[in-house]
Design a binder for this molecule. Structure first.
Ligand code: 5GP
Ligand code: ZN
Length: 219
């Protein structure tokens, strides 16, 4: 079924180009999400056959496996941050300050740090995944994409429906274990950046996300 679509990447990662498979090793395959919900949206697919068909909440109960996944997401987060720097670095005020300092004569002893793009990457899983093979989302915070077409697309990354990898292992009584009872996907929209509420006005939210995207890049 269409819900099994991620299986092919795990089985034969070498058959895809670099625009699809970012990298692969014995234990993981990193791919580009085919319907990105942010300007950069990657998926980390563990290849462990004993875990790939299991719900993330259950798979991550295995402490050794969870540690492995967390370590790999740190690698992918760095890689994604590098990608953001290449895409938006020239727009960013902090990067411009760093470049200016570098080209000063003589250059200052202490260079400005430059922007830490890793802070602009979020990593986690959906409480109710739609695709069957275990996958971890690694995406830029912007939620700016023409593929973000439905209210549930926004809320699935902007409410507790999205569970950050750092939050695992989950406590037994964590409310996020019961996402349908909580109704996360039906909640009113809240801007990820400024916290403004948009009720259920999706078109207005989308316009606002474009504005926020432009400002976020230049931060
Ligand atoms: P979920 O809602 O299950 O956590 O997220 C599944 C993700 O897989 C979605 O973001 C969706 O866009 C992505 N996706 C669905 N089918 C395919 C596919 O065939 N290839 C790739 N690369 N991504 C897919
Ligand atoms: Zn905002």
């Amino acid at each position: 079924s269409a819900r099994d679509g991620l299986g092919a990447y795990i089985a034969k990662p070498e058959t895809y180009g670099p625009d699809v498979v970012v990298y692969h090793n014995d234990d993981f395959v990193a791919i580009h999400d085919m319907f990105p919900k942010s300007s950069l949206h990657l998926l980390l697919l563990p290849r462990d056959q004993t875990k790939t068909r299991i719900h993330p909440f259950d798979a991550f109960e295995d402490a050794e496996f969870l540690a492995k996944v967390k370590t790999e997401t740190r690698t992918l987060r760095k890689l994604a941050a590098g990608e953001l720097r290449r895409k938006y670095g020239k727009d960013s005020a902090q990067e411009q300050a760093r470049q200016a300092a570098l080209s000063a004569d003589p250059p200052p002893d202490e260079l400005p740090q430059g922007r830490d793009w890793e802070e602009d990457i979020v990593v986690g899983v959906h409480a109710v995944p739609s695709m069957n093979h275990l996958h971890v989302h690694v995406l830029s915070v912007d939620r700016y994409s023409e593929r973000l077409k439905h209210r549930k697309h926004y809320n699935s990354f902007s409410t507790p429906f999205f569970v950050p990898i750092e939050d695992f292992p989950l406590a037994k009584d964590d409310v996020r274990r019961h996402p349908t009872e909580e109704g996360y996907l039906k909640r009113d929209f809240t801007c990820w950046r400024c916290g403004r509420g948009f009720g259920n006005r999706f078109a207005e939210l989308k316009q606002h996300l474009e504005q926020e995207f432009k400002e976020w890049k230049k931060l």
